[in-house]
Design a protein around this ligand. Sequence first.
Ligand code: CA
Length: 473
Amino acid sequence: MITGRNHLGLILCIAFSFMAKLSIAQSSAPNIIIILADDLGYADVGFNGCKDIPTPHIDRIASNGVVFSRGYVSYAVCGPSRAGIMTGRYQDRFGFSKNPLLAPNDPEMGLPLEQQTIAEFLKEQQYVTGAIGKWHLGAYPTLRPNKRGFDFFFGFLSGGHRYLPEELTLQDLSEAKSQFDGYRTKLLRNEKRVEEKEYLTDAFSREAVHFVEENYKTPFFLYLAYNAPHTPLEATGKYLDRFKQIKDEKRRTYAAMISAMDYGVGLLMDKLQSLGIENNTIVFFLSDNGGPIHANASSNAPLRGEKGDFYEGGIHVPFAVQWKGHLPAGTRYDGPVISLDIFATAAALVSAEPRNTLDGVNLLPYLSGEKKGVPHDDLFWRNFAVEKFAVVGPTYKRIDQKDKAAQLFNLKKDISEKIDISSVVNNQSIMSDLENKIKRWSGLLIPPKFLGLLEDQEYSQQHPERWMVKDNK
Ligand code: CA
């Protein structure tokens, strides 16, 4: 029953929210861009010291803004890391613990609908929203980008894709019969399959620039999720020719793929400049996880490990943000930050409350110097399948895995995690403190809600209808 008082409250509430929306639409609610690379090594951008692959345009973001020297993602492989970015929450809270399988008939295989995405949130704040590139958060019709808050989508649904347009031979998912057939489908423009003529990375850059041109007069949110430089390693002569000096063929192609992405980032940054909206656009750049050294010849130096690991090489990524006129240019921020902070920062920018409690924090007051200390006391990771956990504090990191001895590293002195100091007598209180923190945090999590990439066969056996997709244009 609505009482008179509640009724009045409701009217006021509606009035205020209308006014709030109006003021955002009229004022300078900044545009928000996330540029996400895929499997890019920590060391493979100029702003982290890369020498053999120039990334002048990605480096512009760093020189115009802030480099996070300790920027993390919430998981060490693609899907769960993206679920974290998209929700601002540790994805194990809602069972997104594994890389989703391509399962276009399965409404459970992807980001649960009750989890509000950053796009759904910003759309409620009158933003125009666009997703370009890799999705990997569900292929069932209700889980696709256009149903998860994005007004516009151009890209593909699976966990990876081929880059050369002549290799996109499947009309749609009704022709897919195996997990990796998803790599060969024609691209989607919203819900329609389209013929693409360009190298995939160039196509995504073109669409990103176009999206900005179309929407720059209203606040917009652009999620530009390149699949570069994820395998398969494929590049065109235009970019390969830049790297004749790199002898290793794998790294040469990897370099060319990064160079294509960098070129596209340049086109996008040029567009912000020419439209005069740089000061009203915050741009985040990061990789979804660390480089898989052997698969794509990436480098995470000086970090230990690679994609899939909870050593720094798996979760500590190239990460920078620019917002001209608002954030100090050409600076570094050394406190631990995480990809989950992007949603929280966006929420602060529009002064609105997301539906779910976020694990990230608003980074802006830390970057401006208004707030001292670090944004997070601790950051956490869980790999459910192997019962592995990690916790990172401002100084120490503990890694636990079932049937293995726990490890402790001092990241301030030893970012390469060379010296395990878990057995040092004086460190025992640090060890138990971090163990208790992991226990408390893991109590917030639930088991995985779906089978993952490593359980492809098992899933197909359990779901004989997996590829019986009729209408998937
Ligand atoms: Ca990835």
